[in-house]
Write a protein that binds this ligand. Structure first.
Ligand code: NAD
Length: 287
């Protein structure tokens, strides 16, 4: 753990750039260009900006990237028909449907419709099951990004007390699986945890993924702990995390919002796209 008093800022951009450099080298050794296809429904401003970022970053890396924008009124059947078409398209390596989807569409049905070997978000039950079984799979992007962020800054989780606040299928649960695989002792806390302070204060590594601005106060953090803030909350015009700014005076390391986990999520998505493309194609496609 870092020395108390000197806060280390866990910036995501340099870590993402290092990963892009690795992917760039990997792409140079391929005879094909992996292709990502993102589907967005409606005009939710956050989704518009996330999809734009993913598309722009994919192209910058040198991948093929396509975005299909469908109206909010698109029926589940129409969306599923598009997914089936993308599943069957030999030129498409990665499929991502940007969440949240409109209320009349079942997220579960959408996730289950995507071919597991093109599921670059790592959310298909097959990938989730493989993750928990410790098998090779496409890993959920944000949790994988958190692991890479910690690793880059030299923090091993093996034997450490890790507390994750938030138990969603998107972040908390898959992150717990990755932490366990790396030999951490993991606690998943959530909205029904009675004494959250007592639990979070145990943590050598504390991950906040609740989506509640300022939930994690300095009194909840063990001095010198490593704190990763996954939360993204809009407060007025500002984006803030789940961690109160006062935590910076107590923690040994802290990831900023924005600029911490966010860039890692996009980088892991593109890493998954390259991985999916290589695994799905014939080994002879490698030079
Ligand atoms: P979610 O709403 O699905 O789950 C939130 C979890 O937090 C739940 O398990 C709930 O029990 C727990 N929780 C809520 N209030 C709590 C409280 N007061 N005390 C303890 N636990 C509480 O959210 P999600 O999809 O997992 O996302 C969590 C946050 O992470 C959101 O802010 C989201 O925007 C952000 N996020 C960021 C990225 C990124 O790339 N940076 C990616 C995904 C999600």
């Amino acid at each position: 753990m870092p020395a108390q008093g000197a806060l280390l800022k866990l910036e995501g951009s340099p870590v993402a750039e290092a990963l892009y450099a690795e992917l760039h080298a990997q792409l140079a050794g391929l005879t094909f260009v992996p292709r990502l296809h993102v589907v967005r429904l409606g005009e939710d401003p956050a989704s518009v900006s996330y999809v734009r970022l993913k598309d722009r970053q994919a192209k910058k890396l040198g991948l093929q990237s396509e975005v299909t924008v469908l109206p909010e009124s698109t029926s589940q059947g129409e969306l599923l028909a598009l997914i089936h078409q993308l599943n069957a398209d030999q030129n498409v390596d990665g499929i991502l449907v940007q969440f949240p989807v409109p209320k009349h569409i079942s997220p579960k049905t959408v996730l289950e419709a995507i071919r597991p070997d093109k599921d670059v978000d790592g959310l298909h039950p097959i990938n989730v099951g493989r993750l928990w079984s410790g098998e090779e799979c496409l890993e959920s992007c944000t949790p994988a990004g958190v692991m890479r962020l910690l690793n880059h800054y030299g923090f091993s989780v093996a034997g450490k007390e890790v507390v994750i606040v938030g138990r969603s299928n998107l972040v908390g649960k898959p992150l717990a699986a990755l932490m366990l695989r790396s030999d951490a002792t993991v606690t998943l806390a959530h909205s029904k945890t009675p004494d959250l302070v007592a639990v979070t204060r145990r943590a050598d590594i504390l991950v906040a993924a609740a989506g509640r601005a300022g939930l994690i106060k300095s009194s909840m953090v063990r001095p010198g702990a490593v704190v990763v803030d996954v939360g993204v909350n809009r407060v007025g015009e500002k984006l803030v995390g789940d961690v109160d700014p006062g935590v910076a005076h107590v923690a040994g390391a802290l990831s900023p919002v924005p600029g911490g986990v966010g860039p890692m999520t996009v980088a892991m998505l593109l890493s998954n796209t390259v991985k999916a493309a290589i695994r799905r194609r014939d080994a002879s496609a490698m030079v």
